[in-house]
Design a protein around this ligand. Structure first.
Ligand code: SF4
Length: 447
């Protein structure tokens, strides 16, 4: 979500003739887009601000902080970090235009002796943002923002507010604009995409998430360059059979579902306020695999929640083994002040949390490696993104299942940005070596 929001700000700056600096050292404006989900992310932001504060002593530099941490610590931020010029919270994004105008006019009217242009400032002001941008052929489209779920460990509902869905017409127009820019794959984003709801102004009908997916599939007919659509994240209590049926029916949706489980223990799921049970989750996985046999499933796992016992940990390990995930984001509990879990007793010590996390990671990695090895010989479709980092004579891409592939055939740069059918010939680490079987196969035919 932060990447998508950074892109929106970058596009706004570009539309005002700003250029992107290659590094913060040559920027007039530094934008730090922050995340509050984990304390480590916030600690890094503090380190960055200290660094840019030191830069500011040497030359004219504007520092802007946006995102969840800006929302969470708004006033405190200004007091703690006086070098920061602007703090833009999650609900103040309409301020960007006015802020950029103010910065531009300060630079253009400033005393030339005061303003030391950055080394590559010729031709316009330069900005630097700490966030990665999506690849040229992939893009994100936020479809809703905020969350009503209040999982007891999570700060998101407090910093992003309640769920708000975007107008379907603006989502469809984003798809058209991205397709016109050559984008081939989009990811629909939201804290809980399954909660999408929008009332159609023409018909008055309520459009829910499966209906949105249907409309997107209809909209992306064969003439659109966008052939792959993904979405994340889905809450297991809300992913309905209707959504599964649309994915199964419409080939434009990648056979990849991210389904965060967090814990395999019903007791811990209850304490987390996840509002589903392990049995519900496992039955959902079964229904997905029955409807879409080739699907890959990834998850999030949170270990070391307050009060978690060895027995709870065993149940998580057992669930990981039972499901057989293709990928997992695994982390240990990180107390966030202001959440319900912060006030819960029986915090787990750091060494125990780390040991449990290590156990889950080792199990998941060995199971995922087995699953990956079983895909050698298969012929998935891949989107070619770039030349390979290690060998410019080879091409690099990823499959709809999220596997990274390097093409063993001689590089042909004209293939970058195109879909190819590949045969996976060898697995090296987490990357497949492959050979091209077919260029631009029919990737979005309906079943
Ligand atoms: S569903 Fe839970 S974990 Fe996800 S954003 Fe909402 S509160 Fe946080």
């Amino acid at each position: 979500m932060n990447h998508a929001e950074s892109s929106a700000v970058k596009n706004l700056l570009r539309s005002r003739q700003w250029q992107e600096a290659s590094s913060a050292d040559s920027a007039d404006l530094v934008i730090i887009n922050t995340c509050s989900v984990r304390i480590t992310a916030e600690t890094r932001v503090v380190g960055r601000i200290a660094h840019f504060t030191a830069c500011k002593r040497e030359r004219d530099l504007t520092i802007l902080v946006m995102g969840c941490m800006a929302e969470r610590l708004h006033e405190e931020f200004k007091t703690r970090f006086p070098a920061v010029d602007y703090v833009v919270g999650m609900f103040e994004r309409s301020r960007f235009e006015a802020i950029f105008s103010a910065i531009e006019s300060r630079y253009s009217k400033g005393d030339p002796l005061d303003y030391i242009p950055s080394p590559d400032a010729a031709g316009g002001y330069r900005f630097f943002s700490n966030s990665l941008e999506e690849g040229a052929f992939q893009a994100y489209i936020p479809i809703m923002n905020g969350c009503n779920n209040f999982c007891s460990y999570c700060i998101v509902p407090y910093v992003r507010g309640r769920e708000v869905s975007r107008d379907i017409t603006s989502i469809l127009s984003d798809l058209d604009n991205l397709a016109a820019r050559g984008v081939r794959e989009v990811t629909l984003l939201g804290q809980n995409v399954n909660s999408y709801r929008w009332q159609d102004s023409l018909t008055g009908a309520m459009i829910d998430f499966p209906a949105l997916l249907e409309r997107i599939a209809r909209h992306l007919d064969n003439t659109s360059g966008i052939k792959w659509v993904r979405f994340m994240s889905s809450h297991p209590k809300d992913l309905s059979d209707d959504v599964i049926a649309v994915i199964a029916r419409e080939r434009v949706f990648c056979r990849y579902i991210h389904l965060p489980v967090q814990s395999g223990s019903n007791r811990i799921l209850g304490e987390m306020n996840r509002r589903y049970t392990r049995e519900h989750y496992l039955s959902l996985v079964d229904r997905i695999r029955t409807a879409i046999p080739e699907v890959t499933i990834s998850t999030d796992i949170l270990v070391g929640f307050p009060g978690e016992t060895e027995e709870d940990q065993q149940q998580t390990l057992n669930l990981v083994e039972t499901v057989g995930y293709d990928a997992a984001f695994m982390y240990h509990y990180n107390p966030r002040e202001g959440t319900k879990a912060f006030d819960m007793p029986n915090w787990i010590s750091e060494p125990v949390k780390k040991a449990r996390l290590d156990q889950v990671i080792r199990l998941q990695h060995s199971l995922a490696a087995q699953r990956m090895r079983s895909r050698v010989g298969s012929e998935p479709i891949a989107l070619i993104e770039s030349t390979s980092r290690n060998n410019p004579d080879e091409l690099f891409g990823h499959t709809e299942f999220g596997d990274m592939v390097v093409f063993a055939s001689p590089a042909d740069h004209a293939l970058i940005g195109r879909f190819v059918r590949v045969q996976l010939t060898l697995l090296r680490g987490r990357t497949f070596r492959a050979k091209i079987v077919e260029i631009e196969p029919e990737v979005a035919e309906r079943r």
